[in-house]
Design a protein around this ligand. Structure first.
Ligand code: CO8
Length: 373
């Protein structure tokens, strides 16, 4: 079988960031305003009073301290509470494509690639800005890439599903070099008025260049094995779609934005993912001591602590299971790729690690890699 490698990754981080403190001040101002405006209905028991959020809860429950966003002002305005990202005319690059292109350019520069070297583009993300043309085709065009491009969405697991899809195209001989791009503008599908989840997500763009190992540059990452899994669950859901629309600010029925049963997700996903990793390790004859690093999906610090403990048989050190949650929050499919991108330079030839995602669907993906010479 054709050997496949990750040649390079790229990262685009938005310029604006919101701390937990800033977020909670804005949320609590909204709560105060809502409760004052609805005081009579609340007193009559017709409307439930809203409870305030707290920075202590957010950090303890999730490990998140801040998040990057595309529009801080709109999110922090208690009268708006959602990002204001103006629509652009059709002859301008769309926002999501712009994010993807920025991340892709870094990955391509790191691998020494021009647009003409790449055969296909996958835009793998948890939401697409429009129905068509595919975001991937716009990104392909902006980068001067020939060949083919398409979008794919597997929520938080979009990047790992993209990596396996790219690897399969290469193994089948359809492509030699495939760009997987993950522009995740999560702020657009988060309900910033929902106390249970308003702190969870942030915006970012990542890119992964997957290539035939025999053309990959030195210092690339051999893909030892990939595995994907899905299992239907309603515990993380967003009913927005071309048949169902709603106000972007989350007013009215909130199911057209992100909703979840966070506790259930936590309880069900931790064992599912730990078992999947251990099963895949057994297939690849890998022992815990063979793994130098786990670049896990960045949803919740406690979740990652439990998963890495089950995999390694002991608590992982921060070096073994790095987190970017504190700075980036949950960036859906991009999270494990940010962790990989920021925490792989110290690894030596032969060192092995795991890129792992999990999220809505449920969906999960494991990609074992080894640093090449
Ligand atoms: N401030 C203060 N208190 C709060 C707050 C808050 N903001 N929110 C809740 N509380 C209170 C609750 O009311 C509750 O109080 P009580 O005990 O009196 O009832 C108490 O705190 C505990 O609440 P929870 O049980 O809900 O808290 P948890 O400890 O379970 O933590 C988490 C909540 C952080 C959500 C946690 O359950 C978690 O991280 N779960 C896993 C989440 C996860 O991994 N989700 C996957 C999402 S990723 C994905 O696939 C989505 C893809 C699409 C991207 C969408 C982009 C927008």
């Amino acid at each position: 079988m054709t050997a496949v490698a990750i040649s390079a990754t790229g990262l685009f981080t938005p310029a604006q960031s919101i701390t937990n403190e800033e977020l909670v001040v804005a949320f609590n101002a909204y709560v105060e305003r809502f409760n004052a405006e609805n005081a009579a209905a609340i007193a009559d028991g017709v409307v439930a009073a809203l409870a305030p959020s707290s920075t202590e809860f957010i950090e303890k429950a999730s490990g998140i301290k801040a998040r990057y966003v595309m529009d801080k002002a709109g999110i922090l305005d208690p009268a708006i509470m959602c990002p204001r990202i103006p629509e652009r005319p059709n002859d301008e690059i769309s926002v999501m494509a712009e994010l993807g292109v920025a991340a892709a350019k870094e990955a391509m520069a790191r691998a020494g690639r021009e647009g003409g070297d790449i055969d296909a583009v996958l835009c793998a993300a948890s939401n697409m800005q429009r129905a068509y043309p595919a975001m991937a085709v716009e990104i392909q065009h902006a980068l001067g890439i020939d060949g083919y491009a398409f979008d794919m969405n597997v929520a938080c697991s979009s990047a790992t599903f993209g990596i396996q899809t790219a690897a399969d195209f290469i193994r089948a001989g359809h492509a030699r070099s495939v760009l997987v791009v993950n522009p995740e503008i999560c702020s657009g599908h988060l309900n910033w008025r929902d106390r249970d989840s308003h702190f969870i997500f942030g915006d970012v763009g990542t890119a992964i260049l997957v290539e035939r190992a025999d053309i990959a540059p030195s210092g690339s990452w051999a893909i030892l094995g990939t595995k994907l899994k899905t299992k239907f669950s309603n515990n993380i859901r967003n009913n927005f779609g071309f048949l169902n629309r709603a106000a972007p600010s989350g007013e009215g029925k909130p199911d057209k934005l992100f909703i979840q049963e966070g506790r259930k997700v936590f309880k069900e996903v931790v064992p599912m993912v730990a078992d999947m990793i251990l099963g895949h390790m057994a297939e690849l004859n890998l022992q815990p001591e063979n793994l130098r690093r786990l670049w896990l999906h960045q949803a919740n610090a406690n979740m990652n602590r439990l998963i890495s403990e089950r995999v390694l048989g002991r608590e992982a050190t921060p070096q073994e299971s790095p987190t970017v949650l504190d700075e980036y929050a949950n960036t859906s499919s991009a999270g494990s790729i940010i962790a990989f991108h920021k925490h792989c330079d110290d690894m030596q030839t032969g060192d092995r690690g795991l890129i792992c995602s999990f999220g809505a669907g449920y969906s999960a993906g494991t990609v074992f890699v080894a640093k090449a010479a």
